[in-house]
Design a protein around this ligand. Structure first.
Ligand code: F6R
Length: 365
């Protein structure tokens, strides 16, 4: 079943061009409008929504962090992302104009399901983004958007995560269409950009050599840092989780501007830092933060957009991702991070598809 691949994780990483295509299929018409056949019964249902919560765990939570920025940007509805095991117990302010979006690959995560039930009791509308349309979470939600990633076998989530991101982009455009908050030009640029992503992910996968070498070089590291600003920050969180999960190397993700408020003290000569700099609005600021860690001896792998060759002067190693709208960059930027965690774990000889202490589906609270 793994075919040419040594592990399910690597197979699933390489399936992403296909799973992204499948998740887009039938949801963008020839006028570039986004529609979800499965939301046909939802016409007008989101018109009076004045607050959105996105609730999930782990990797799905990281997808929600990106989702919240995108929805706010395109619709101007306030959105807050929460960890399901916290949201349930903090008495969030929910009314009948609140939309709660729960995100779950398996659709069975106990805390996410409980947060759904709690939100329902308080009168919220519930939208589930899930990879398993027959799951408990899908059954108990009012509306369901299926990610079409296909079965994910490796414990570490990869293709489900990028499918969740794509579902958020599509849903944000859908909501913005309903509320007429998205200008024509950005709308068509976004749709064009989404359609280009599968080919661009293929390109990232083809150019994996530098990241592979870098991954092998960190296997002795005792700690690593991921930094980024804007949307690069949730991507950094996801990269760090992935690395911890399968390589067992300690790492932390920081909003790049936060490093100097304490964590910079941990940078020593040779500490590996993975710096994401895909946000062109914030590029100069991120480069200053890279220089700050470099000056303390960090060994920096920069991840940026093709064309930013001058970043070579500030980093030790570099990985380029193809140019896209910066809003869409998370789908491209996470791929080298998935590969870094995979190849670091491979070099360490770990059980990649079944990391210690973890289960694929977390049905206990
Ligand atoms: C990490 C990972 C977990 C899951 C989390 C939620 O690679 O897979 O962090 O994302 O346990 O699971 P689902 O999405 O099934 O609710």
């Amino acid at each position: 079943e793994k075919g040419q691949f040594e592990h399910f994780m690597l197979k699933e990483i390489h399936e992403q061009p296909l799973t992204l295509r499948n998740t887009m299929l039938g949801r963008i018409n020839d006028r570039d409008e986004v529609s979800f056949p499965e939301l046909a019964h939802a016409a007008g249902a989101f018109k009076d929504v004045d607050k959105i919560f996105i609730v999930a765990c782990g990797t799905a939570y990281h997808a929600g962090l990106v989702g919240s920025t995108i929805i706010e940007k395109l619709t101007r509805i306030p959105v807050q992302s929460d960890i399901a095991s916290e949201f349930r117990y903090r008495d969030p302010i929910i009314t009948d104009r609140t939309l709660v979006i729960v995100v779950s690959q398996s659709g069975e995560t106990a805390d996410t399901l409980a947060a759904l039930h709690e939100s329902r009791r308080n009168g919220a509308k519930i939208l589930a983004i899930t990879n398993v349309p027959t799951s408990s979470i899908a059954r108990d939600a009012d509306y369901v958007i299926a990610t079409k990633a296909g079965p994910e076998i490796a414990v570490a989530s990869t293709k489900a995560y990028t499918a969740q991101l794509l579902a958020f982009y599509l849903f944000s455009i859908y909501l913005a269409q309903e509320r007429q908050t998205l200008g024509k030009e950005l709308h068509s640029e976004l749709v064009k950009g989404l359609k280009t992503l599968p080919v661009q992910v293929e390109k990232v996968l083809e150019n994996a050599d530098e990241v592979k070498l870098f991954a092998e070089s960190i296997k002795e590291a005792k700690s690593l840092f991921f930094i980024g600003r804007g949307l690069d920050y949730p991507v950094a969180l996801e990269g760090s989780l992935k690395l911890k999960e399968i390589s067992y190397i300690h790492s932390e993700a920081y909003a790049a501007g936060e490093m100097k408020h304490g964590t910079l003290a941990l940078i020593e000569k040779g500490t590996p830092v993975i710096a994401l700099a895909t946000h062109m609005d914030l590029y100069e600021k991120t480069v200053s933060n890279i220089k700050e860690v470099k000056a303390r001896g960090a060994h920096v792998m920069g991840i940026t957009v093709e064309g930013n060759v001058e970043l070579l002067n500030a980093v030790d190693e570099i990985c380029f991702i193809p140019p896209s709208l910066q809003l869409l960059a998370p789908i491209l930027a996470v791929v080298p991070l998935q590969l870094i965690s995979y190849y670091a774990s491979l070099a360490l000889g770990n059980d990649i598809d079944k990391p210690r202490n973890l289960a694929k589906s977390v049905t206990v609270e």
